[in-house]
Design a protein around this ligand. Structure first.
Ligand code: HEM
Length: 450
């Protein structure tokens, strides 16, 4: 059985139709040949872009010469009202300084300290669940937002400000189609003006709420009463090169991206993984049996026992990478596969296509968590698997997400059985890969000694 894959578009379509398809969903707007091609060129009167699918080219852009391929200014235009000058959007020295301050908070050792907060969020998620048919993206969004608030600010999602950020963010997401388009097309400079007034207003109100949290924390740090969580760690870390720490304003930008990048992505990954587990109950039973390791209580060491959970989560990130495409810009003339590429061209890297490339992967569209122990799986993991990107701009939260994902999955399947219903999800890509009409699953409690 092949898990859901969006239909490809016909090979030839008019520009207008392409733009329309793009607005609906960037995955089904692409032709099927991208699953076989090493590179594809998109020519339009307004912009030229190149999708690269060849592992060595992806490596050049992300790992070997990342400075030559920065993020385009305009790509972030749609997100700037919310994210300001956050690490996700900056380039050059500003970005380097921000990473020097942020990275220590996400190092391996700190993950161990963050673990109890993730554990509490997982327990709360299980406690909220009921039997019956549910839309699981809703459940995983709430749980992933809870993880972020607990690990960052030591507050649960039930906190008044946390609740407000979460619900305002839902509004912000409703303006996605436009953001989506803006993210991929190198539009004119005035493009940001197209963003709806409502988008800007919602962004502003989210930022006001985050400012309240951040200012309160600044005061607690000053008074020596701050809890030892990610926010305190980041706000008290000095840049080793200049000795500066983040100002409140700068921290607001970073908190906004941690919230957006940290909860949207994990929520998408967890929801798709639950769907895959419902489609493949033998794997779900394996995870449930393995999850007995959780019964000993909160202990970071148990993560090494949740191997099947990790392999399944990895496989879900391969089939449904939450960030389906990333865009960079050339800063000098380049030659890719003997083609001359001009300065200022868009370079699209598509984890979605790379992860299902027919010339690289065995059984590219199939669900096979055991593949990671095969030669092909190991080689592809090194060369064609980038759910968190790669190189210096790799996701700051990759290690965090690889603890959060398997842990929450194991906790959920330890207590509940997830089964498919008559609704099959259709993947579409907005800010992250989601299902067109949600992911509906039937939940029943598992007998505890099962
Ligand atoms: C399954 C979960 C996640 C996935 C698949 C994911 C994926 C990604 C990807 C692909 C990028 C690079 C985007 C680009 O270069 O255009 C990225 C960047 C980033 N992610 Fe994640 N992410 C996840 C979870 C998290 C979490 C939990 C956090 C923080 C708590 C986080 C924080 C960030 C930040 C700050 C960046 C920007 C890094 C930079 O540009 O230097 N992410 N993520």
């Amino acid at each position: 059985m092949i898990p859901p894959k969006p239909p490809a578009r016909p090979e030839k379509v008019s520009l207008l139709k392409y733009v329309r398809l793009f607005r609906q969903d960037i995955l089904s707007a692409q032709p099927a040949k991208l699953y076989r091609a090493w590179m594809a060129e998109f020519k339009t009167p307004f912009f030229r872009s190149y999708l690269i699918n060849q592992p060595s080219l992806v490596k050049t852009v992300l790992n070997e010469r990342p400075r030559a391929f920065p993020k385009s200014d305009r790509i972030g235009a749609g997100l700037r009202p919310l994210l300001g000058n956050s690490v996700f959007l900056t380039n050059g020295e500003t970005w380097e300084r921000q990473r020097r301050i942020i990275d220590p908070a996400f190092e391996g050792g700190r993950l161990r300290d963050t673990f109890p907060a993730m554990w509490d969020a997982g327990q709360a998620a299980v406690a909220r669940l009921d039997e019956g048919v549910h839309e699981v993206e809703e459940i995983t969004s709430f749980a992933a937002a809870d993880v972020i608030f607990r690990t960052l600010f030591s507050i649960p999602i039930e906190d008044e400000i946390a609740q407000a950020v979460f619900s305002e963010f839902r509004d912000y997401q409703r303006t996605q189609p436009i953001l989506n388009l803006a993210a991929f097309i190198k539009g004119p400079k005035w493009m940001p003006r197209l963003f709806r007034k409502r988008t800007r207003e919602t962004a502003q109100s989210i930022r006001t709420l985050i400012t309240q949290l951040t200012s309160a924390r600044m005061a607690q740090i000053g008074a020596g009463t701050a809890p030892d969580d990610l926010a305190t760690k980041i706000m008290t870390t000095a840049d080793p090169e200049t000795g500066d720490t983040f100002t409140t304003e700068e921290m607001v930008d970073q908190v906004a991206i941690f919230f957006l990048a940290g909860h949207e992505t994990s929520a998408s990954a967890l929801a798709w993984t639950l769907y895959l587990l419902a489609l493949f109950p033998e794997w779900q039973d394996k995870l449930a049996a393995e999850a007995k390791a959780l019964d000993g209580g909160c202990d970071f060491k148990m993560m090494s026992k949740l191997r099947a959970s990790r392999d399944v989560f990895r496989e879900a990130l391969r089939l449904y990478p939450p960030v389906p495409m990333m865009v960079r810009e050339t800063t000098c003339p380049e030659t890719f596969r003997d083609r001359d590429i001009k300065t200022g061209a868009q370079v699209v890297i598509s984890p979605w296509h790379l992860h299902r490339h027919e010339r690289l992967w065995d059984n590219p569209d199939g669900f096979d968590p055991a593949r990671w122990t095969t030669e092909n799986g190991k080689q592809c993991m090194r060369e064609a698997y980038i759910p968190f990107s790669s190189g210096p701009r790799v996701c700051t939260g990759a290690g965090f997400a690889m603890v959060e994902g398997p842990l929450l999955l194991s906790m959920l399947v330890r207590h509940f059985r997830f089964e498919t219903t008559d609704r099959s999800p259709v993947p579409v890509a907005h800010l992250t890969v989601r299902s067109k009409d949600g992911i509906w699953l039937k939940l029943t409690k598992r007998a505890h000694d099962a």
